[in-house]
Design a protein around this ligand. Structure first.
Ligand code: GLA
Length: 377
């Protein structure tokens, strides 16, 4: 268990036992991509891959001494001089910055981190680290926070400190996920509703390095802001882009790319509502919605890649596969595949070799089910 890993790293780095261990989950979004920062809706699951944070208070200087993975030594974060350093410690530093900003006295801490969420693959290892760290530190200081507020605190850490203009989907899922359920998330204003989801899905990591993902993401956020400003010329009270009607998007004056992005947002939110309704009615995930989502992300949002398209097309040729789509930000990262358990197992077996032959390097693939979000271990 990953919590045992955090305890072992803790003992190796600092000696003895931590006061407590908290963990948070990675996520796979079933549908509802690139809509959270436009006030839309999404339907993610937390998965069995987790990040655990072991913590103990220490006397003396107000610094966090932190180790990850048992290797790389112990790094020091000075609470009085929190600054972005372009390293993994920016995530805990960003959360500390939020705590200090909220007027919480943070004494010295010893922290060890363990994770089995592959970083850089689009399974939200960064959100899981933020949420697990925030949960562990707030618990040890006895200033707990409700899971939704904790997630929003971590989202602010990522936006304001790390500098990624992300929505709240990843942190909400890392914090609020529920075993056997998908989360129907609404982002304007925030609402979290669990809907039954007992299926297995296959996650395929295209293993393409991150590249320009952050800059392209920021560009999409800006294109959507332009679309919203244009719609507000017609409808000044429009709260966010996802609340607009297709007809308003078509009528408003905006650059063609913004119109394409906005059309994706409106259509994708409808697909989320349809998928959530199907799951609530006890049906299987509607695979055709996943395919339609992928096409919209590929053509209108332009955030797919050759490798992701290849995975979706290959999956759809396998008997018993119902649907597939890119999941997460795109431009590489992961795809999620829906279908019968037998078909998913056959695909898990067949895909890596075929992908390596076609693309030139090996992908990674995991069968996952919906799991719990943040918890004390
Ligand atoms: C990243 C961001 C999320 C969301 C997705 C795309 O994972 O962190 O907020 O915008 O991309 O749906």
């Amino acid at each position: 268990m990953i919590a045992d890993g955090a305890r072992r790293h803790f003992a190796a780095a600092f000696g003895g036992e931590p006061t407590l261990v908290a963990s948070a989950a990675g996520r796979v979004n079933l549908i509802g991509e690139h809509v959270d920062y436009s006030g839309g809706e999404a339907l993610p699951i937390a998965i069995q891959r987790r990040t655990a944070v072991a913590v103990r208070l220490r006397s003396g200087a107000k610094v966090t001494r932190i180790n990850s993975g048992g290797t790389g030594g112990v790094l020091t974060i000075d609470h009085a001089r929190l600054a972005r350093r372009g390293k993994w410690t920016d995530y805990p530093s960003g959360v500390l910055d939020q705590l200090v900003g909220a007027g919480i006295e943070v004494p010295g801490l010893e922290v060890a981190v363990a994770s089995d969420i592959p970083s850089g693959s689009g399974l939200s290892s960064s959100a899981a680290l933020e949420v697990a760290f925030g949960f562990a530190v707030r618990s040890v200081l006895q200033v707990p926070l409700d899971a939704v507020l904790l997630a929003l605190e971590c989202q602010r850490a990522e936006r304001q400190f790390v500098g990624v203009p992300c929505g709240a989907m990843d942190q909400l899922t890392a914090a609020c996920g529920r075993r056997g359920h998908a989360l129907h998330l609404q982002f304007g204003p925030i609402q979290v509703r669990a809907v039954p989801f007992a299926e297995q899905v296959l996650v395929v990591d295209t293993a393409v390095p991150r590249g320009l993902r952050t800059s392209a993401y920021t560009e999409r956020v800006q294109e959507c802001a332009v679309a919203l400003a244009a719609v507000r010329q017609l409808a000044p009270d429009m709260p966010h882009l996802a609340a607009a009607m297709l007809e308003q998007i078509d009528r408003a004056e905006m650059p063609d790319v913004s119109r394409l992005r906005a059309r994706h947002v409106i259509a994708e939110c409808q697909r989320v509502r349809d998928a959530a309704a199907a799951l609530s009615a006890g049906e299987r995930f509607p695979g055709h919605l996943a395919l339609a989502s992928h096409q919209s992300l590929r053509d209108d949002y332009e955030c797919s890649s050759r490798e992701l398209d290849w995975v979706v097309e290959f999956a759809m040729r396998t008997p018993g596969i119902a649907g597939a789509r890119l999941t997460g930000a795109g431009w590489g990262g992961c795809a999620v595949v829906f279908g019968d358990a037998g078909a998913l197992a056959a695909l898990e077996e067949a895909l890596p070799g075929a992908y390596a032959k076609a693309i030139g390097h090996r992908p990674r693939a995991w069968l996952v089910t919906a799991d719990d979000g943040a918890r004390l271990e």
